[in-house]
Design a protein around this ligand. Structure first.
Ligand SMILES: NC(=O)c1ccc[n+]([C@@H]2O[C@H](COP(=O)([O-])OP(=O)(O)OC[C@H]3O[C@@H](n4cnc5c(N)ncnc54)[C@H](OP(=O)(O)O)[C@@H]3O)[C@@H](O)[C@H]2O)c1
Length: 284
């Protein structure tokens, strides 16, 4: 049995789907029950004791990072007989500046997993293709998308591929104590991703790059200040490089990583559905 945390989110949702396709028993950890194709157990990652029912009979865990008591969570898993943890981390864990709020929680999470004594695999994906869902409110209003870091190319990765690597790491031997850096097949500027989306949606969309000052203003109020500072450190100061293309998805899964066009085609409905608040507009 594999326990999938974040099962209602971008990556965990794909991990659930991939386990179902693989015909492998899976259980979703949820904070409240929703419609999912696998059994669910209610629990909160900020409350390790609440995980007891979810961990019954579990051998592998797909784990999200950054919860209050990561050592406590992992101790619970170990006591329950878990034999493998695949942690969704990021390149932010490579930066050593723990004053950076994102690096702090990624490093803290990786350290807790390493020190837990459980066999582990770390996934360090570039930014997700699904971050384009954050453009939805603007795309409902008109044809101009304003966003930060317009000159930063990123080889973003489809959550489908992150999940495919997660599942192989959970089910196959040979992934213990390995760090998988993950990317898509191409590096694109935000304006280039929007151009792909425009073609897929058959709309005339234009990208407007915000200045750093405008971007800070735009993020203020929506995003905690320490995360705004972290993103500026990553993308304005260049403390991480997400433009690198990695061979990992192909090597681990045997299939090439999916392009942004493919992601956009698969998620076209999200961009054409009538306006209503969506819960998938806000990861990271
Ligand atoms: N976006 C990026 O570009 C990027 C890149 C690298 C790494 N990451 C990392 O990826 C992670 C986000 O992954 P994602 O985009 O797949 O997630 P997501 O779509 O933002 O969804 C978050 C998931 O976590 C669950 N969750 C939140 N708090 C919880 C709690 N206290 N207990 C149990 N479950 C909880 C949510 O469940 P509910 O349905 O109950 O809310 C939801 O399933 C973040 O840690 C981020 O730092 C993101």
């Amino acid at each position: 049995m594999i326990l999938v945390t974040g099962a209602t989110g971008q990556v965990g949702g794909e991990v659930v789907q991939a386990l179902v396709r693989a015909g492998h028993p899976a259980r979703a950890l949820v904070r409240r029950t929703v419609e999912l194709p696998v059994a669910q157990a209610v629990g909160d990652l900020n409350d390790p004791d609440s995980l007891a029912p979810a961990l019954d009979g579990v051998r592998g865990v797909f784990l999200l990072p950054g919860y209050h008591d990561m050592p406590g969570l992992l101790a619970r898993m170990r006591r329950a007989g878990v034999e493998r943890v695949v942690l969704l981390s990021s390149l932010a864990a490579v930066a050593t500046d723990t004053r950076n709020a994102v690096s702090e929680y990624m490093i803290r999470s990786e350290t807790a997993v390493r020190e837990s004594g459980l066999p582990w695999t770390f996934l360090r994906p570039n930014a997700f293709m699904s971050n384009a869902l954050r453009w939805l409110p603007q795309l409902r209003e008109g044809d101009v998308v304003k966003d930060a870091f317009g000159d930063v190319p990123i080889a973003s990765v489809d959550p489908f591929d992150i999940a495919a690597v997660a599942v192989r790491s959970l089910l196959d031997p040979g992934h213990e104590e390995r760090v998988h850096e993950l990317s898509g097949p191409e590096r694109l500027l935000p304006a280039q991703r929007l151009a792909v989306l425009a073609e897929v949606l058959d709309r005339d969309l234009r990208f407007h790059a915000l200045t750093d000052e405008e971007a800070r203003e735009d993020m203020a109020g929506r995003i905690p200040q320490e995360y705004i500072d972290a993103f500026f450190s990553f993308y304005a100061d260049g403390t991480i490089d997400e433009s690198r293309i990695h061979p990992t998805v192909q090597e681990v899964t045997g299939s090439p990583p999916r392009s942004f066009r493919r992601w956009a085609l698969a998620h076209r409905d999200a961009f054409t559905a009538p306006s209503h608040p969506r819960r998938d507009e806000g990861s990271r």
